[in-house]
Design a protein around this ligand. Structure first.
Ligand code: NAD
Length: 359
């Protein structure tokens, strides 16, 4: 793969490759942008078919983190890392120590957290080697998923207010795809708010739990996107908004946690053409990164969760601007993020030292 011309490269500040012969570690750390602060993003462990696939994934994901943190107003940049390997069979203490050394070599330019295939226990091993690890129990943040679910719930309420003119979710029908850590948490908040739940998962146990505990109605995974509901909340897979699903959507709002919900950017326009309000994924699912940004010895969960609830207003601003400028909501989110990064770059150029010298 030619790195510099790949779509995901997008002017990454640094892309580092690590191979440790003794432990078998093969990892890539991508630092996309540190204009707003150190780059923070999860570590994914995945048995990639080849190195190109791993590289493409890490580049795309780290770029996404830059936009997510900028839009959430955090003093963080975007980065990500991948460990090439099978998370069930290839983990060892030595491997995560070697990964800790790799992270440490960037001197805080990159801060790791959990992602697919990585548990808190793995990062706790790396934390023995380097301080540049977040999302672990030290500092009391722990699992960020409940914060993500709280953010999605608040974002969904903003969308219901904007498009359905409903401040109160009583009787509002919501179809939730995926009852994992975030999806189930979202369902709990929705149930408390009086919404009617229609759910799907590929694991029967999760479905039975939602039916019994939350009074949800279960449907098959193939049918969830075409339910006659007010809101569709994708909380499982990416690329769920595509040429096949969009023509059949009956919901007038899409508001869920899944990353990369649009199969391609043009699908944002397709939703707009059908007058379906889309809550951009990285705007609505930023709750986890927001609490992680509060991590430290003075961690205050109440203050962090209050900031997560601010996703409500972030989304309202996106919806209003999208309507004003006749643009898809996802494009507006990108523009706001880029405007913040460019403004910070300009401010850096006008640093006090420079002003003193020139003035
Ligand atoms: P999870 O693995 O806990 O849950 C995913 C759920 O989706 C599982 O219950 C799984 O069985 C189900 N699922 C898989 N394929 C399905 C299908 N075809 N139809 C219906 N259900 C299906 O993951 P999670 O942490 O809850 O994350 C959910 C989504 O939100 C992911 O896309 C993730 O990238 C995104 N996200 C999560 C967080 C977080 O803090 N956990 C933060 C930001 C974004």
């Amino acid at each position: 793969m030619s790195v510099f011309i790949s779509r995901g490269y997008d002017e990454h500040e640094a892309v580092l490759f690590f191979k440790d012969r003794e432990t078998g570690l093969k990892a890539i750390i991508a630092v996309h942008d540190t204009t707003l602060g150190p780059s923070l993003g999860g570590t994914r462990m995945w048995p990639y078919e080849n190195d190109d696939e791993a590289l493409e994934d890490v580049l795309r994901l780290s770029q996404g983190m830059t936009y997510k943190s900028a839009l959430a107003g955090l003093k963080l940049g975007g980065g990500k890392s991948v460990i090439i390997g099978n998370s069930r069979t290839d983990k060892s203490e030595a491997l995560f120590e070697a990964f800790g050394r790799a992270v440490d070599s960037l001197n805080g330019q990159y801060i790791a957290a959990e992602d697919v295939g990585i548990q808190v226990a793995d990062l706790e091993i790396a934390r023995r080697i380097t301080p540049y690890i977040s999302g672990i129990s030290e500092g009391n943040v722990g699992n960020p998923s409940p914060a993500t679910a709280w953010g999605v719930f608040n974002g969904l309420k903003a969308a219901a207010k904007y498009r359905l003119d409903k401040e109160d979710l009583t009787g509002v029908k919501v179809a939730v795809q995926g009852l994992g850590q975030v999806g189930y948490g979202l369902c709990t908040h929705l149930k408390e708010a009086g919404a009617d739940l229609i759910v799907s998962d590929i694991v029967d146990q999760s479905i039975n739990k939602a039916v019994q505990e939350l009074g949800a109605t279960a449907v098959s995974s193939d049918d969830i996107a075409r339910q006659d509901v007010d809101i569709f909340a994708p909380c499982a897979l990416g690329a769920v908004l595509n040429d096949e699903t969009i023509p059949h959507l009956k919901a007038s709002v899409i508001a869920g946690a899944a990353n990369n919900q649009l199969a391609e950017p043009r699908h944002g326009l397709a939703l707009m053409d059908r007058h379906i309000l889309y809550a951009p994924d990285y705007a609505i699912n930023a709750g986890g990164i927001i609490v992680i940004s509060h991590e430290g010895p003075d961690f205050d969960r109440t203050a962090a969760m209050r900031e997560v609830a601010g996703i409500h207003d972030t989304l309202l601003n996106i919806f209003k601007r999208a309507e004003r400028e006749k643009l898809p909501t996802g494009e507006v989110a990108d523009r706001i993020a880029l405007e913040r990064i460019h403004a910070a770059r300009e401010a850096k150029k006008q640093s006090p030292e420079k002003i003193k010298l020139t003035g």
